[in-house]
Design a protein around this ligand. Structure first.
Ligand code: ADP
Ligand code: ADP
Length: 228
């Protein structure tokens, strides 16, 4: 687990457009922060700068008190879940979840991998589906496998980019409950981008409203609701 701190973080794209205009934000160890705001306000850009997929033009990004501005994504020890959770179709659920650990060649023994995969699959209620292929799973089960891949790494923080936006309303509700339960169990620092009001108001400890690359409001869901 780790805190995430931004000091005057700026992103100007090569075409000269400044998408993020000097953001100061402090996310505590174990905190769950939701990023909301209209399309184009800079949510994805901010998330991508935390993960390291996008360079920071100015300012400072710290993870667990360490400046990561020049650190490659693979050295940041973060786990990202996208809306288009690309699972490997030819691999079983078990191997899909194990994949990030197998990728870190030699770092984990088969026994360690097995323990981690089984812990994640129990947490996500995937125990009965470990030998199946993604094509034979429901949308919600596939999304859970994608989360399993994030959990299994025991990363310092989770980053979600609209993870539920491709699911139907009923599944979204179920997965929302699932994510809330996971957060209570794992208490991992989380930054979560969404368009969905219900997700914003029910999942986060705090909600950050972005507008034109600036923080318009940042408060608890209740505090946000009570502000004019
Ligand atoms: P959001 O995720 O809130 O929809 P984005 O972070 O994707 O917003 O984009 C913020 C702004 O930056 C938008 O105006 C978008 O057009 C612009 N933008 C995103 N990526 C690039 C890029 N590679 N080059 C130039 N402008 C970009
Ligand atoms: P989202 O709203 O989910 O961020 P977008 O359609 O805005 O999705 O962006 C999809 C991809 O296109 C991203 O990789 C983003 O960086 C890039 N992009 C977005 N806007 C621009 C832009 N104005 N110029 C170049 N690339 C862009």
């Amino acid at each position: 687990m780790a805190s995430i701190t931004m000091n005057n973080v700026v992103k100007t794209y090569p075409d000269g457009f400044t998408a993020v205009k000097g953001i100061d934000m402090e996310i505590a160890d174990g905190e769950f922060v939701i990023l909301v705001g209209p399309s184009g306000c800079g949510k994805s850009t901010l998330l991508r700068m935390i993960v390291g997929l996008e360079d920071i033009t100015d300012g400072e990004m710290r993870i667990a008190d360490e400046v990561v501005n020049d650190k490659a994504p693979r050295d940041r020890d973060l786990a990202m879940v996208f809306q288009n959770y690309a699972l490997y179709p030819h691999l079983t659920v078990y191997e899909n979840i194990a994949f990030p650990l197998r990728l870190a060649k030699g770092k984990f023994t088969d026994q360690e991998i097995d323990e981690r995969v089984r812990r994640a699959s129990t947490l996500l209620e995937l125990d009965e589906h470990l030998e199946r292929k993604p094509a034979n799973l429901s949308g919600g089960q596939r999304q859970r496998v994608a989360m399993g891949r994030a959990i299994v790494r025991q990363a310092q923080a989770f980053l979600f980019d609209e993870p539920l936006s491709n699911l139907d309303a009923k599944l979204r509700g179920q997965m929302r409950t699932e994510i809330a339960r996971l957060q209570r169990t794992l208490a991992t620092t989380t930054v979560y981008v969404t368009h969905d009001q219900t997700e914003a108001m029910t999942l986060g400890d705090r909600v950050c409203v972005l507008r034109h690359g600036e923080i318009q409001q940042m408060a608890s869901p209740r505090g946000l609701y009570e502000q004019p």
